[in-house]
Design a protein around this ligand. Sequence first.
Ligand code: GAF
Length: 390
Amino acid sequence: MSALDAARDLFAAFTGREPDGVWSAPGRVNLIGEHTDYNDGFVLPFAIGQRTYAAAARNDTGELRVRSTFADECVTVRIDELDDLFPTPAGRAPAVSEWSAYVLGVAWALRPDRAATGVDLAIASDVPVGAGLSSSAAIECVVAAALDELWGLGLGAMDLARAGRRAENEAVGAPTGIMDQAASMLGHPDAATFLDCRSLAHRSVPTGFADAGLVVLVVDTHVRHAHSTGGYRQRREACELGARTLGVPALRDLTPDDLPRAARLLDGTVFRRVRHVVTENRRVLDTVAALVEHGPRAIGDLLTASHASLRDDFEVSVPELDTAVDAALSAGALGARMTGGGFGGSVLALVPGDDAPAVTDAVHRSFAAADFTRPTIFPVTVSAGAHRSR
Ligand code: GAF
């Protein structure tokens, strides 16, 4: 059964009526621009075909009542009591389950006033969870799109993306940037979203993958990660320390010419974190220029250089990601890199269509040889952002 049908069926089973509408929001693959968003830098993600669906309708109880296929749980909260749950800067409130924190957090971030109408929501998804493809942003964005319409808020896509990020930061406690929510809200079929994370100016950049005979393969390593804990937060703190020490508002304000000075003033680890962000911002700009001027076959080396920088300077890769990148490249991928925050998750490989079976086979063989869990490998399409589906 499709995720859309699953959301509709769940809604009917739980409310006994038809929804007012069904909304959907996609996961994303970040083509390039990793760990640059919270440094006010540049990113180039695209929305993928895997989506999260929410069947929803107003109710007259003043409550948000939410069911999902993630857990056998009906979450009911009075909308005028959301302020008692959030914000939780120290992390998710123990009374709120993991998946529902994304939903309730968005409702809390968007609630117009204490008299907001109640809403019933049923959620189902085919975005793999924990694979680094922004399953959480897809939940946040589909809920934001549905509540925007049901509550008559009339907000723009970027305002809804901001509400999603606020839920992630203040209701879930993950100190992420805005890339994932922006990618899910702004996606466009056949185009990536080039976003300046400081000004939030954005434009669509056609990828031209299909016309060039290329496919994007995703390798889900099944190594799971959580950005509310550990390494992600430490990387962010190192970047902030680097910017403070170098006297700039954010690492975005540095160019490669500043790196010799950075090397003198920063300790080795912080310097390498800074060097990744500075060079990655440049790679995003170069990728946009290469796509526009020469097409997608010209971006492979930039993708692979991004992976090397994430592996060696930012140190957010893991052996499974490196193995997938190396195997894909050796079997004909034009470029390959980890995508998302790292510490697990997925690799993207840009592959001539004819070589996709050989790349898939090579990755499986190298994982088997290393005794890693068998990965899931699938093509992704460049797809539309959040919208009302029915
Ligand atoms: C995760 C975060 F949610 C994003 O904001 C971004 O920082 C990314 O990691 C790394 O580029 O997906």
